[in-house]
Design a binder for this molecule. Structure first.
Ligand code: BMA
Length: 335
């Protein structure tokens, strides 16, 4: 069954323009769908295969609490998922000690120059989370490059083409001054340098104060790289994960052109509000429809399931034009 846009809905009782429209059949995948025993499934990377099949590379948490990755394929990206009968990519701590406590939150970038998919994921090492990178042609066999960013670092994706001759990787190192988005460059995907701050978490009471991170890989538009990022608000009853929007220069992606002030999507539906970790919406992937405008955003909900929301790139850009401002570092009102 395909999902006509008319069936996409928003949660009742909200008074702002719904930019991301939830699929009414959400969640689209839960642990009950899995062909083997697991705890939960969430935070999936996404891509379209050459024949139009949607592939989700799902984070699966087993009943020890450790995560691995498992592929699910669907003709329409909504239902009829064919899930690999066993884990697709298991942590391999014998050869990659950084994977000792599991591998999590993959992001997928198809790289035309390599004719391969580059998967970046979090390896949970003894020293904390690190960014790992692997290449695949078919999501059946993978060539691991190992750790590309040292602890504590996560929320990473590669841009699909070189910028000024160098590969560019967005990631989120923790620093004493907070968790901000950074970008680093490499000639060969193995050696990384020219590290630059890309987007700062705000401070104080803001929804995106202190800790932000890229969510799905950037969406390339004629006006720039459109980035959905998550902001983490610490509250007395736990963390609140919401999504915001920013636009970066196509040829100079560390330059922020516009950043929205308010969040555009947050936990509202029951499956987002209640789970192993309450109040989390966490997209790691999207696919683009043939119209070149509709994006299908796959997100983990409350660390318990995978849900789908749709958005129009044109509407996201219009919203940024109306609600975004040019990013000024260390804005006086934030200090
Ligand atoms: C973050 C992420 C996600 C997770 C979220 C909420 O740190 O790395 O893996 O969904 O926490 O638990």
């Amino acid at each position: 069954m395909t999902a006509p846009d008319a069936t996409i809905m928003k949660v009742e009782g909200t008074h702002y323009p719904p930019l991301l429209l939830r699929y009414p059949g959400n969640p689209i995948l839960t642990g009950k769908d899995w062909p083997y025993s697991i705890n939960s499934v969430f935070n999936a990377g996404a891509t379209l295969l050459p024949d139009g099949t949607t592939l989700l590379l799902c984070r699966v948490e087993d009943r020890r609490g450790l995560s691995h990755l498992c592929a699910a394929r669907s003709q329409n990206g909504v239902d009829g998922w064919q899930i690999d009968s066993e884990p697709t990519l298991m942590p391999n701590s014998r050869e990659y000690p950084e994977e000792i406590w599991g591998i999590e939150d993959p992001r997928i970038t198809f790289v035309p120059e390599l004719q391969q998919y580059v998967v970046t994921y979090t390896s949970y090492s003894r020293g904390g989370p690190v960014v790992s990178l692997a290449l695949t042609k078919d999501f059946r066999s993978f060539e691991r490059y190992g750790v590309v960013m040292v602890p504590d670092d996560k929320d990473s994706a590669l841009l699909p083409r070189r910028i000024d001759g160098y590969w560019a990787l967005i990631h989120r190192p923790m620093t004493a001054l907070g968790a901000h988005m950074w970008i680093s460059y490499s000639p060969d995907l193995r050696h990384w340098g020219r590290h630059r701050l890309m987007l700062e978490a705000r401070r104080g009471a803001w929804w995106d104060a202190n800790k932000i991170g890229m969510s799905p890989p950037p969406i390339e538009t004629s006006r720039g790289w459109l980035v959905l990022y998550h902001g983490v608000r610490h509250t007395p009853s736990g963390c609140l994960y919401r999504l915001g929007l920013a636009l970066f220069d196509l040829e100079n992606p560390e330059k922020c052109l516009l950043r929205g002030d308010s969040w555009i999507f947050g936990p509202e539906a029951e499956y987002e509000r209640l789970g192993d970790v309450d109040d989390v919406v966490f997209p790691c992937g999207y696919t683009m429809n043939p119209d070149g405008d509709t994006v299908n955003i796959y997100y983990g909900a409350a660390d318990c399931s995978i849900a789908l929301a749709r958005a129009s790139v044109r509407s996201l850009l219009d919203w940024l034009d109306a609600n975004g401002s040019r990013e000024r570092r260390h804005r006086a009102e934030d200090l």
